[in-house]
Write a protein that binds this ligand. Structure first.
Ligand code: KG4
Ligand code: ZN
Length: 335
């Protein structure tokens, strides 16, 4: 059984041998938090408590499994909203203790990467991974299932934050990444010139806060002058600025490290401009590319079960002293 509760999705899954999903239950709290224009940590924690046991029961029901069929319990223990992560960790501890099975701590970002193992049975490390989510933008060299190093990361906002904040100011709701993506389809990506930042002396690091501010300023200036914004073209211009930051770095890192395979991961990997640009550039540079299916891009527990299986094989289980952590690099184990 695997458990995910690091942000605003409560999720429990049953995964066999890291690759076969028997049940994948998700309760998305997105509509609850949309009222506030962002995730309210305390409300997220309360809803996790409310739903987590019910989701575990319904996962067992959907898989036609009994509690005694559970061989181990994997759980996201970092990073995330600390109160939210703690709910999952404590539920998983109770489940593992009462069933007498191993408890497996899983790093959330490793889970996002592992979503691809579910979709692509033939996919194995090593590969170069672009992880883009609401809270993270990382280029990771995945040497093995549990051995990875960070090649580059954002110095400020994540790509998802940049999309979400821009979407909010454009009046597209929260989280607006997917809405903005749909809107961008009808836009002209050259209409609004937006910055593509570089981090001096660190060719694989990224920065999105200047881009976010540029979009916010552009909208405020237009409002002050009473001018109409062409939202579709602004969405297209923003998507292409984000993609222009992510894609060349990813390709270059794969070339430098000699990785033949590139993998995308995380909620923002659903973005159609990034997908198209990455697919085109990967093909141009003779690299194989894998994208998670849209259903596995966002937070879910199946991906935690997938990574949990490989953590278990590597011996990374924990006792009842397991704690939750708000932050933790993807390449270091805290245990
Ligand atoms: O991976 P995820 O569920 O959450 C974190 O672990 O942070 O990613 C959620 C993020 C949100 O910022 C959401 O707006 C963004 O993914 N997102 C998208 C798209 N679909 C979801 N961003 C751009 N284009 C999309 N199609
Ligand atoms: Zn996530």
């Amino acid at each position: 059984m695997s458990v995910e509760s690091s942000c605003d999705e409560t999720a429990v899954a049953l995964v066999r041998d890291g690759r076969t999903v028997l049940a994948d239950e998700i309760f998305s709290q997105v509509d609850i938090h949309a009222l506030y224009g962002g995730v309210v940590p305390e409300i997220a924690s309360r809803n996790h408590i409310e739903y987590i046991a019910r989701l575990a029961d319904s996962a067992l029901g959907k898989a036609g499994a009994k509690r005694s069929d559970i061989d181990a319990v994997a759980v996201t223990y970092a990073p995330g909203l600390i109160g939210a992560v703690l709910v999952g960790v404590n539920f998983a501890k109770a489940a593992a203790f009462s069933l007498g099975v191993p408890l497996i701590p899983v790093h959330h970002i490793r889970g996002h990467i592992a979503a691809n193992y579910i979709a692509y049975p033939e996919l194995e490390p090593p590969f170069l991974c672009l992880v883009i989510s609401g809270g993270h933008s990382l280029i990771v060299d995945v040497r093995d299932y549990t051995e990875m190093s960070i090649i580059g990361s954002t110095r400020d906002d994540a790509a998802g934050e940049c999309f979400d904040k821009s979407a909010r100011v454009m009046g597209l709701g929260y989280p607006g990444g997917a809405v903005l993506d749909a809107l961008a389809q009808g836009g002209d990506k050259t209409k609004y010139p937006l910055p593509r930042a570089r981090v001096e002396d660190f060719e694989f690091d990224m920065s999105f806060s200047g881009l976010k501010t540029a979009v916010v300023n552009l909208i405020h200036n237009a409002q002050q002058k009473g001018e109409e914004i062409d939202k579709a073209s602004l969405a297209a211009s923003l998507s292409s600025a984000v993609s222009d930051t992510l894609v060349p770095r990813t390709i270059r890192a794969a070339e430098l490290l000699g990785r033949e395979v590139i993998v995308a991961a995380g909620g923002v990997a659903a973005n159609s401009v990034i997908r198209a640009d990455l697919a085109r550039e990967a093909a141009k540079h003779g690299r194989k590319i894998f994208f998670p299916p849209l259903s596995l891009c966002g937070d879910n527990a199946a991906m935690i079960g997938a990574q949990g299986y490989y953590e278990y094989l590597a011996g990374a289980t924990s006792g009842m002293e397991l704690n939750a952590f708000a932050t933790m690099p993807v390449d270091t184990a805290h245990l």
